[in-house]
Design a protein around this ligand. Sequence first.
Ligand code: NAD
Length: 356
Amino acid sequence: MPRTFLITGGAGFIGSAVVRELIANTDHTVVNIDKLTYAGNLESLASVADSPRYTFIHADICDAQAMRQAFAIHQPDVVMHLAAESHVDRSIDGPLEFIHTNMVGTAVLLEAARSYWKALPQTSSEKAAGFRFHHISTDEVYGDLEGTDDLFTETTPYAPSSPYSASKASSDHLVRAWQRTYGLPTLVTNCSNNYGPYHFPEKLIPLVILNALAGKPLPVYGDGQQIRDWLYVEDHARALIQVATEGRVGETYNIGGHNEQTNLHVVQTICDLLDELVPPADKRSRRELITFVKDRPGHDQRYAIDASKIQRELGWTPQETFETGLRKTVQWYLANEIWWRRVQDGSYQGERLGLS
Ligand code: NAD
């Protein structure tokens, strides 16, 4: 049955993939709430902007009145909460914005959801029984797996290392507390590193693609041996929609790509793909651009996800391997130069003008 999804952070990298998937491949209606920070880009939503099933609200999740109003007007069935400050390096330079958005913002949204849900007729009401609050989080809350063969499971104790992961861990705790204390029907997902189209070029994979195309140095932290488990963003979007609609209330699901790679291997593979798809004029491999830089403080060595629960309970598995997903991603950046040029020169933010 078609439902109304209230998505926060839908102009971001993963949120926009969820919105595009919902509009393109389902009958559901989407209300996207986004503050349009530097990470929000309405140009990532150009393909859905004219859909009668899509509405955009320019608002801050920390604004309690705006959140209450959005619930009252749009009467959502499902909330998918993705809005966050998400870049670890920025959290090291300025942690308070992360505390505010990720913790205070989540609490404000939970309260708006709780008062809306409580006011729904509770008896014989499909709307109240079907309501879900799905909080989207990261595997970084689990900390570091350095020197082990372990995988993060849904019961791995939290041990966040950065202000970003600590703020996300706190928000996960808030969501579980609202479930235990108030009975709010919540779900939490913790996912590994995403990559794919429309990724803001401050993050490793798009940064390396664009620097390599420009012949600029490719910065790699430390010795590049940090291991991450990479998931193609559209696989994540499909998993999230499945959890939001079919997951068991109160549960946590880990989502991962079964793709553990060192950062150095990721960078080298991008160089090789670009050398194949856009052969360099001077015939020198782009690997020569790799430059090792001073490691980030508190840098976790290894993350790896055990995604067997979501596979077992909901039948979800990623469709892309690291090789197919990375090739698609490189090809997307080659074909969508206008999108990333407008991010690089800042003109994508002009979209904010004229929005209330
Ligand atoms: P992103 O930084 O690309 O997008 C975040 C979006 O939230 C932006 O559109 C921004 O404008 C919006 N936003 C920020 N503050 C806001 C506020 N106060 N009110 C309303 N909107 C606000 O992030 P992303 O990579 O798409 O990540 C989305 C979510 O998924 C985050 O919660 C992140 O922690 C989580 N996550 C990300 C990854 C990853 O690899 N990118 C992996 C696992 C989990």
